[in-house]
Design a binder for this molecule. Structure first.
Ligand code: TMP
Length: 212
């Protein structure tokens, strides 16, 4: 096709508390963009398939104990091990819809009391998202949705702290969507915002790095 050489896919991240609906919205967004003919892949962090990802998974299942700093660095390493593939995909024109990214990393660890600047440091140099879609839900509402699977962080009191930490991370790439709206309304809003972003990246927009 006739893409300019600086044309690329978009890096779109979905963020929010546990049970905010990210996972089902990211698959809806994937099909929406596919139907329009775009190259698109759905990613998720933590990527539990790598060696690092398996350590993270057993930590989350409470099967392994790790120092708060150590697990923070593992979550970050799990993004670093996918960085070059991420860049290759974007430059070849594929849009990535990423369920959780560095913002989860910082929000969850700083909610434990770790210094926020310390938490951000290992994320520096990872690719910056073109768009962060924050699915906003009150922690109480998310807890009511049930299905907290019993993983380490799935507790109301902790999710309240995470919600607070997320508020400190908003930047120009953020768009907040009310995750309490009917699922189709959320889907429609996300679709419009994502499409706008994909179009901009297709025209050629420089890739940048966290945190700027
Ligand atoms: P998941 O349920 O989306 O797979 O995420 C597992 C948990 O890990 C979730 O409670 C959020 C948390 N998390 C972090 O603490 N740091 C991170 O960097 C990421 C990606 C997730």
């Amino acid at each position: 096709n006739n893409h300019k050489s600086d044309s690329r896919g978009a890096l779109i991240v979905l963020e929010g508390l546990d049970r905010c609906g990210k996972t089902s919205q990211s698959s809806r967004l994937l099909s929406f963009l596919e139907r329009l003919g775009y190259l698109v892949e759905s990613w998720h962090f933590p990527d539990r398939n790598t060696g690092v990802g398996q350590m993270i998974s057993s930590y989350l299942a409470n099967e392994a104990q790790l120092d708060d700093h150590a697990i923070h660095l593992l979550f970050s390493a799990n993004r670093w091990e996918k960085r070059s593939l991420m860049e290759t995909r974007l430059r070849s024109g594929t849009t990535l819809i990423v369920d959780r990214y560095s913002y989860s990393g910082v929000a969850f660890s700083s909610a434990k009391g770790l210094d926020i600047e310390w938490c951000k440091a290992p994320e520096m140099g990872l690719l910056a998202p073109d768009l962060v879609l924050y699915l906003d839900i009150p922690p109480e509402k998310a807890a009511e949705r049930g299905g907290y699977g019993g993983e380490r962080y799935e507790q109301l009191e902790f999710q309240r702290k995470v919600a607070h930490s997320y508020q400190l991370l908003h930047d120009v790439s953020w768009k907040t969507v009310d995750a309490c709206l009917p699922i189709e309304d959320v889907e429609k809003q996300l679709g419009e915002m994502a499409l706008d972003c994909v179009t901009t990246c297709q025209k050629g927009k420089a890739l940048s790095q966290l945190w700027s």
